[in-house]
Ligand binder design. Structure first.
Ligand code: BG6
Ligand code: GLC
Ligand code: GLC
Length: 924
């Protein structure tokens, strides 16, 4: 007869006197047996109360109620669906904690075809008592040794193995392979394990053992293994019930009812941990003096009170306590006891099960009692059978009340009047004790009459189920690997970023010298930032960002006042003929003038034109090439101011005085410079990206003069167009470039700015889908649609205040149907792409500020950067990542980033104002 373990019952040193000492023998001892038996009787009303009270506690725990702490824990496992039967592969399963002092190792082969099974091979090891109560490391080393010993006998060679860890104690799981032990239950009390991740402890021990390469991929409670291993019958099996050394159940709950989970769809398996249920109101009336004595002598005094009335570890002990009492009172065994009867753990579940079995005749009961060193009289056998039956019947009925609570919960959560459900049962109490299941079934029928429950015994103690979970976990882990591999090229090291900074510096120097360089370093003829003395009314145009605006800017003593209107530029105009585009612009100006009552006035006009232009003066800008989404014909190589003037000419009614053409970076710098004289850099991270800064005139080869400064429009979006960034470019960057209207151009911009990040994400998602990592490998039409991912989505998805379910809602709005695993991965892709963008941008800013510092021969430079652009402004982390990268790469520069509030239009007006001021001064 193998032992179910008795080690949960330890005499505790220095414990207060045992409640059993309070047991007195009545004067009329003939009443004693019925009295004892009566104590174990539980009424229907009491069972109903337990059912109701447990259900309440379950619901409180699901809602996340913190205080008062609910009487059960309701621990989410990371199992989200019952098996499909398609899982396959070889898995090692290690079971610890379900069956007393034994540890089991199994080799399970899943066939991948429903209904096809291969018997697992398994081996059981007894855990020495000193290991169960010793240091945690010793327990896990023991487990690793058992694993090796088991595998030594199999032809596994040195292949990598995947292991599922069935660990049957209450744990907080935070992933399929992360599980922190809350507290030991049953007969275990190893030091240094509570509060630790048991998967890591096992991994460490396997590593110390060093014989096999085993990856622990999943950890599950025994109830989950039982449920998952159950052969699906008519419907799936959605409850796992274990009565072994301890007792517990798990079931599939609607995820939206589980407050701690950030999930609103699907189901998740919850381990009820009902062993710890202890509600004085419900349990108090059914607790006997024997239960109190048992608790008093246990390792975990006051804990697991419910389990101690049901679990196999405790049934023998309850019987022993009753028999010892009866013997002491002279009612049994002629008043004699035996050392076995007086020793904790002296009577085991197996004894009880066998003695209670109606088919066991009196002779068999006698024999067992004699083996226990007792000297039974003829009438004793019958009494003993009654005691065993009373203890076990109560256990089965209590277990039924708890199961009925779970069934009621399922009914509530599924909003079903009647429930048809399969319950997988596992554990040695079911196996050894024939009547347990029938009492359980009967009682469940009484307590939950509207439920049609079929009980399905687990065949191999849940090993198959653990292997199923392991198979799923292994697949998810493989997906994670593929995700990491895919995202790795986006993750730049400090060295890579420093190299970008250095390359940028080199390209800047070459560009300024007029040598071949991907940075054009265009002089802007802006020589000074505003000094505050500028005055007047100006018109401004702002073309090239998300919006086309016409503005009226009033620069007065009290500050700058802006009136503006946004006009749309349809794509067909942006990519049509140049004449059409400029006519449209003039139409918008005329409309604005009319609305503002400015018709007929010829105000000085500043034109923010956010494209690369060669300037030979403030009011002349030859468009080098279109960028971003523009491609109007017959404009490249032309002076944009002339094109505008010609369009004005075609609309004879208007007169305009175009004074300055300004890049948006310059407009932004000027606009911020009006508030902060340290602002000598302009940065745009919006539809496109670019920067300008104040350079020493002596360094600018193409402009005469050696003193003073000039603002240089770097046109850094084109950085890398000479191939110098190819090392950093991923396959997704290449796809985005290929599909763009300017292939091979603006390579830096295409890795950073809002017009492209969404597309990089989309191409990455397409790739991950093709690998089967995302969207179950199903390519959808939506994902193939160009530009469905806007910058806005990236910013929204990455917002810290958003829960994962909201991320999913955003993506669902795009027509993508995804699981929460998918949502998490999409989020990670967005993060990787935007982080790289911000870091590259930071490397660029670092190059610029370092150049200014060196130009001026300063130990330390204090400088401000005026910034604009939707990506920079709306993205939750972009700005801080840029700043962090600059701090890292340009430690000798103290850089302040100022967000431009008024757009570049105001800056263009200020450039115009400065030009007018200077012109007036010249006249004077
Ligand atoms: C604003 C300007 O400052 O920023 C635009 O007024 C500029 O002209 C823009 O191009 C950049 O942002 P976005 O996101 O609109 O491209
Ligand atoms: C104990 C454990 C629980 C386990 C049960 C059955 O109650 O705390 O996790 O499922 O025993 O083994
Ligand atoms: C593009 C343009 C550039 C502009 C930038 C930001 O890179 O070429 O001139 O500054 O976008 O809008």
């Amino acid at each position: 007869m193998d032992s179910i373990g008795s080690l949960g019952l330890q005499q505790r040193e220095g414990a207060p006197s045992c409640p059993q000492e309070g047991l007195r023998c009545p004067s009329n001892s003939s009443e004693l047996v019925p009295e004892c038996l009566q104590q174990f009787r539980v009424t229907g009303a009491q069972l109903r109360q337990i059912q109701t009270s447990l259900l309440d506690s379950m619901e409180q725990a699901l809602k996340g109620q913190a205080s008062p702490a609910p009487a059960v824990r309701m621990l989410p496992t990371y199992v989200g669906s019952t098996p499909h039967g398609t899982e396959k592969g070889d898995f090692v399963v290690l079971e610890l904690g379900a069956t007393g002092a034994s540890l089991r190792v199994l080799w399970v082969t899943l066939m991948g075809i429903e209904g096809h099974k291969m018997e697992p091979r398994s081996q059981e090891f007894m855990i020495p008592q000193e290991v169960m109560l010793g240091p945690g490391q010793q327990l896990f080393d023991f487990a690793a040794r058992c694993l090796s010993e088991f595998l030594d006998a199999l032809p596994v060679g040195n292949q990598g193995l995947q292991l599922g860890f069935s660990f049957s104690f209450p744990c907080h799981q935070t992933g399929l392979d992360k599980s922190t032990l809350i507290s030991w239950t049953k007969g275990f009390r190893c030091s240094g394990v509570e509060g630790q991740d048991v998967v890591q402890l096992l991994r460490d021990a396997i590593q110390r053992q060093g014989t096999y390469s085993i990856d622990v991929v999943a950890v599950v409670n025994d109830t989950v293994g039982t449920m998952m291993g159950c052969e699906p019958g008519v419907g799936p099996c959605e409850v796992g019930l274990v009565v072994d050394t301890g007792t517990n159940a798990c079931y599939m709950e609607e995820a939206r009812h589980v407050a701690v989970l950030d999930e609103d769809r699907g189901r998740v398996c919850i381990s009820v941990e009902w062993g710890s249920f202890s509600d004085d109101g419900a349990l108090g009336p059914v607790l006997t003096i024997f239960d109190r004595t048992l608790d008093h002598e246990s390792l975990n005094l006051g804990a697991q009170r419910f389990e101690k009335m049901i679990g196999g570890l405790y049934l023998g002990e309850l019987v022993r306590l009753v028999l010892a009492h009866l013997a002491r009172c002279g009612v049994l065994f002629g008043g004699y006891t035996s050392p076995a009867l007086l020793r904790q753990g002296g009577i085991l579940l197996e004894h009880v099960a066998e003695m209670e079995d109606p088919s066991a005749g009196a002779a068999r009961v006698h024999a067992i009692l004699q083996d226990l060193g007792l000297n039974p009289r003829a009438s004793d056998a019958e009494f003993v059978q009654h005691v065993c039956a009373a203890v076990c019947t109560r256990a089965a009925q209590l277990c039924a009340a708890a199961l009925a609570a779970v069934l009621s919960r399922l009914q509530h959560s599924r909003e079903q009047q009647t429930l048809q459900i399969a319950v997988a049962t596992g554990g040695r109490v079911f196996e050894r004790h024939p009547r347990f299941l029938s009492i359980l079934q009967e009682t469940v029928m009484l307590l939950a009459p509207e439920c049609d429950v079929s009980f399905i015994p687990s065949v191999d103690g849940g090993g198959q189920g653990v292997a199923m979970v392991t198979a799923v976990a292994a697949r998810l882990a493989a997906h994670r690997c593929l995700l990491e591999e895919t995202l790795a090229p986006f993750r730049l090291t400090r060295e890579q970023l420093a190299a970008v900074q250095a390359q940028m510096r080199e390209a800047m120097a070459k560009g300024l010298q007029g040598e071949a360089s991907s940075l054009r370093m265009l002089p802007t003829y802006v020589r000074a930032t505003p000094d505050g003395s500028e005055r007047g009314d100006f018109l401004a145009l702002d073309l090239g960002g998300t919006n086309f605006r016409v503005l009226l800017v009033r620069v007065a003593t009290g500050g700058v006042q802006i009136t503006s209107q946004i006009y749309s530029i349809p794509e067909c105009v942006a990519q049509g003929s140049g004449q059409q585009l400029f006519d449209h612009i003039v139409d918008c100006i005329v409309d604005f003038q009319e609305k503002q009552g400015l018709s007929g006035q010829s105000l000085p006009l500043g034109f923010t034109f956010s494209f690369p232009c060669t300037q030979l003066g403030l009011d002349q800008g030859i468009l080098l090439n279109w960028t971003k989404g523009f491609n109007a014909s017959d404009c490249e190589g032309q002076d944009v101011v002339c094109l505008l003037r010609e369009a004005i000419g075609r609309r004879q009614a208007v007169e305009l005085n175009v004074v300055a053409i300004v890049n948006d970076t310059v407009g932004t710098m000027m606009s911020c410079g009006y508030e902060d004289p340290h602002c000598e850099v302009g940065l745009i991270v919006g539809t496109g990206t670019n920067a300008c800064y104040m350079e020493e005139l002596r360094n600018v080869a193409s402009v005469a003069g050696d003193s003073g400064h000039m603002c240089i429009n770097m046109e850094w979006g084109a950085f890398g167009d000479d191939g110098s960034l190819s090392m950093l470019s991923t396959r997704f960057d290449a796809s985005v470039d290929q599909a763009s209207i300017n292939t091979g151009k603006q390579r830096f911009e295409k890795m950073i700015s809002g017009m492209y990040l969404g597309e990089i994400v989309r191409h990455t998602l397409l790739h991950l889908t093709s690998l089967g990592v995302l969207f179950r490998g199903q390519q959808t039409q939506h994902l193939q649609t160009r530009d469905i991912f806007k910058t806005k989505f990236l910013s929204e998805i990455e917002s810290d205040s958003l829960a994962l379910r909201q991320v999913r809602a955003i993506l669902e709005d795009l027509g993508l149907s995804l699981t929460s695993d998918d949502a998490l991965m999409v989020l990670e892709v967005c993060q990787a792409v935007s982080q790289r963008a911000a870091q590259l941008c930071g490397a660029g800013v670092a190059a610029v500020v370092e150049k200014i510092r060196e130009n001026r021969g300063l130990e330390e430079l204090t400088v401000s950067v005026g910034v604009d652009g939707t990506l920079y402004k709306l993205h939750p982390h972009f700005s801080s990542l840029v700043a962090a990268t600059v701090r890292e790469l340009a430690p000798r520069c103290v850089v302040t980033f100022l967000q431009s509030e008024d757009g570049s239009g105001k800056g263009a007006a200020l450039v115009t104002a400065v030009a007018c001021r200077l012109a007036q001064m010249t006249c004077v």
